[in-house]
Design a protein around this ligand. Structure first.
Ligand code: SIN
Ligand code: CO
Length: 443
């Protein structure tokens, strides 16, 4: 995320699922990389820096966690499911082009950079980096944007509306930053460049180092050599954004009495074009008295916070498994959310990808918190739920969840388990997948 230009148009929620764009990612889950806070604890960082002041974090991640080669990253600019922007600066003349790109300038050239958004949904290391920020609610994380720059490349002095961790991947970049009252932008530029920039601090970041910036701090990064920068951007809904979404949901679920305007005894008008005062008063009253139902608000919130990115893409399995074969695999390998899936819950409901997924239980909560559930957790979760659901059936049936190889027994379980049906359905939609073998072994 980087607010350097007008946002890319957002297609409707449904269109991401209908897109004909082929999914190219094969990975199912990635382990979070480790963050190093130096002498600080996470709690100290949150209390003293988060949303307050910038911080340079030397060797914040291992350089090997963000060492994807520049060539590898540049290949993503050709994909039409990745929002990319090419930014060049020649003699203070800035240009910006939107991707996909089938050709790019040479990385040995000068003063250009390409921004690749939503890389956490498409690149295993970027997903691993994003996963390491789970000390904050997933609902606060937006995406990992990766920039690749030739020497002298950058996006110019600007500010972002959101908190950002700028993690240096390959190569070195010089950052300058400061807080300034003057925050106006230069007119007639393809990017939102600050009219004035008076940095107060400067640091050269090496691979693995990071710079944390709270919202609206002015900054400018210059590539000292061909390099990559991985920006973990946060999501902070604005009042307007949320109300736009909420009011549509509220309009769709209006309930209660529906009186109609009446004007018995009205006097003849000499100004037929004028809005009658009484009509205006009544409508204003209805608008001011409108209070949405608590449930409508909760639904709107859950849907809003779990809505996937507009260009997120999900693809179900090419070969459809039977439910009991799927269950046997799931119990052997565990399941993980697709990197593009968003899942949240509150005390009453769970939402996945903008859909109400019912009341939360231990398993759904674990899936939303960790973004995967291991095989053992899945077995345990199913067994616990069967104890409730099957309290009137012979306990012999409870054993099936610990014998995943027995497909016919699994089938019996399936018939009793709406949760299994739900997970299977999510699997068919590509919203969850099996944990990769590599992943399940490491956990
Ligand atoms: C940013 O300033 O937010 C990132 C810019 C870059 O990576 O060049
Ligand atoms: Co920025």
């Amino acid at each position: 995320m980087l607010d350097v230009s007008t946002p890319l148009p957002r297609p409707s929620v449904q269109s991401f699922m209908k897109s004909s764009n082929p999914a190219k990612t094969a990975f199912k889950a990635a382990k979070a990389c480790e963050l190093h806070w130096g002498r600080l604890s996470v709690a100290q960082f949150l209390a003293q820096y988060w949303q307050q002041k910038p911080m340079v974090l030397r060797q914040f991640v291992s350089p090997s966690a963000v060492d994807s080669s520049l060539d590898n990253l540049l290949a993503y600019a050709a994909r039409d499911d990745i929002a990319s922007r090419l930014i060049r600066c020649r003699h203070k003349d800035w240009t910006m082009q939107e991707g996909p790109f089938d050709r790019l300038p040479s990385i040995r050239g000068k003063q250009w950079t390409i921004l690749l958004q939503g890389m956490d949904r498409n690149h295993e290391q970027a997903y691993g980096l994003r996963m390491s920020f789970d000390f904050l609610a997933h609902a606060r994380i937006d995406d990992v944007m990766i920039s690749v720059a030739a020497t002298g490349g950058g996006v110019g002095p600007h500010l972002d509306e959101y908190d950002v961790f700028l993690v240096q991947g390959v190569g070195r970049r010089r950052w300058q930053w400061g807080y300034q009252r003057e925050q106006s932008f230069q007119p007639d530029k393809p990017l939102k460049l600050l009219r004035q920039f008076t940095p107060q601090c400067e640091a050269i970041l090496e691979p693995g180092d990071a710079l944390y910036l709270p919202p609206r701090w002015a900054h400018d990064g210059l590539a000292l050599e061909p390099c990559s920068t991985w920006s973990v951007g946060f999501r902070a809904p604005s009042r307007h954004e949320f109300l736009q979404h909420f009011l549509i949901e509220a309009a769709e679920s209006l309930s209660g009495p529906n009186p109609r305007y009446q004007d018995k005894g009205v006097r003849a008008s000499k100004q037929a074009g004028r809005i009658p005062e009484k009509l205006a008063r009544q409508l204003k009253q209805w608008a001011q008295d409108f209070r949405s139902d608590k449930r409508v608000f909760e639904q709107a919130l859950g849907r809003y916070l779990s809505e996937p990115a507009s260009n997120a893409w999900f693809e179900g399995p090419r070969k459809l498994p039977t439910k009991h074969h799927w269950l046997a695999q799931a119990l052997r390998r565990g399941v993980a959310l697709h990197p593009s899936s968003r899942m949240v819950y509150d005390s009453r409901r769970t939402w996945l990808n903008g859909e109400d997924a019912g009341p939360p239980n231990d398993l759904l909560r674990a899936l939303a918190d960790q973004r995967y559930v291991q095989a053992a957790q899945l077995k345990h979760g199913f067994a616990a739920m069967m104890t409730i659901d099957l309290s009137n059936t012979p306990t012999r049936n409870l054993n099936v969840v610990t014998k995943p190889q027995d497909a016919s027994e699994c089938k019996k379980t399936v018939e009793f388990q709406p949760l299994i049906d739900q997970l299977f359905d999510w699997y068919l939609q590509g919203w969850i997948a099996f944990c990769s073998e590599k992943h399940s072994q490491r956990l």
